[in-house]
Design a protein around this ligand. Structure first.
Ligand SMILES: [Zn+2]
Length: 320
């Protein structure tokens, strides 16, 4: 169990222990087109056809004949009537186009466009770089993400959008910036700026946004930089990984009757003991991992089947 928790953590953070030094490398969320293709091929080879991630991973177009709705929960569900975020806007550009994960509930897409529009004013950025949202019909994915299944989650790079249009090659392969210091206890002041805090807090303050996930080290910086106006800080939640991007999670939109909201985040700014516990646990997992215990290695869990999703997701899968 502990071993498993640790390996999940290491995968999430994307670390390598090469040569005894702990060197962050691009986490899967930032994997290049080639890395992504290799991973996809290997997962496809080792996963049965009935797995929901195979079925939903193969659908490249949305269930456009169905009314838009988020179905199920963030980590077990699907998406009807998805729309795509256009790959270029005045103040945004979509990254890693090969993954075809620029689909979302129309309310999320509208929100992202408004967030992008506000980035120059709020953070003095040219705009935002948008990472994974959802697949065309949502559902589990062949690579990465347990959530992002119902078109209400989006990853926004912590690298500001550069001036000018990125080439196709840059969008597939340009690395994102790791915002966290080498000891994982704080941000790297050479790359993290007060404008990052402003943009993430601004995103959190929108009433449509339910939660935002950032690395505990980033939350620590935000707690320090937020100043007197701490509104929205409670929605910014510490989570493993999330050192290259922040993850926006929208609340269930009106009209999505079978969408399951999470509980609201706890009261308070979340800058106290909870945060220090996250930082401690993260530090120990990276620098002093528990040795694997004896006994047989845990058998890998079978993948989620299509039947394990809400029944409506079958309709989504076959709809035109
Ligand atoms: Zn995410």
């Amino acid at each position: 169990m502990l071993l498993r928790a640790f390996s999940v953590l290491v995968v999430a953070i994307g670390l390598s222990l090469a040569g005894g030094t702990l060197a962050p490398r691009p986490a899967w969320a930032q994997a290049t087109a080639e890395e992504e293709a290799n991973r996809r091929a290997s997962v496809l080879q080792n996963t049965p056809e009935w797995a929901a991630k195979v079925q939903f991973g193969k659908r490249n177009t949305p269930a456009a004949s169905l009314e838009a709705r988020a179905i199920g929960s963030y980590a077990r569900g699907c998406l009807a009537g998805a729309v795509a975020l256009p790959v270029d806007g005045d103040t945004w550009q979509v990254m890693r186009l090969n993954r075809n994960r620029m689909w979302g509930h129309p309310d999320l897409i509208a929100y992202l466009e408004s967030l992008a529009k506000s980035a120059p004013r709020v953070a003095n950025w040219n705009g935002i770089l948008v990472g994974d949202i959802s697949q065309a019909r949502g559902g589990p994915m062949l690579t990465g993400h347990a959530s992002h299944q119902i078109g209400l989650d989006a990853d926004i790079w912590l690298t500001p959008m550069p001036r000018g249009k990125l080439s196709r090659e840059q969008r597939e392969n340009m690395p994102a910036t790791n915002m966290v210091r080498a000891d994982w206890m704080d941000v790297n002041p050479a790359v993290w700026t007060p404008n990052h805090t402003k943009l993430v807090l601004h995103s959190a303050r929108d009433r449509r946004v339910h939660r935002i996930f950032v690395n505990p080290a980033i939350k620590k910086a935000m707690c320090r930089d937020a100043g007197a106006d701490r509104a929205g800080l409670n929605k910014v939640r510490p989570m493993w990984g999330h050192n290259f991007h922040f993850h926006i999670r929208m609340a269930c939109p009106a009209g999505s009757e079978n969408c399951q909201d999470q509980d609201p985040p706890p009261d308070g700014d979340g800058c106290g003991k909870e945060l220090t516990d996250w930082l401690d646990t993260q530090y120990k997992a990276i620098f002093a991992p528990k040795k694997p215990g004896g006994g047989a290695p845990a058998r890998p869990k079978p993948p989620m089947s299509v039947d394990a999703l809400p029944a409506e997701c079958r309709t989504v899968l076959v709809a035109r």
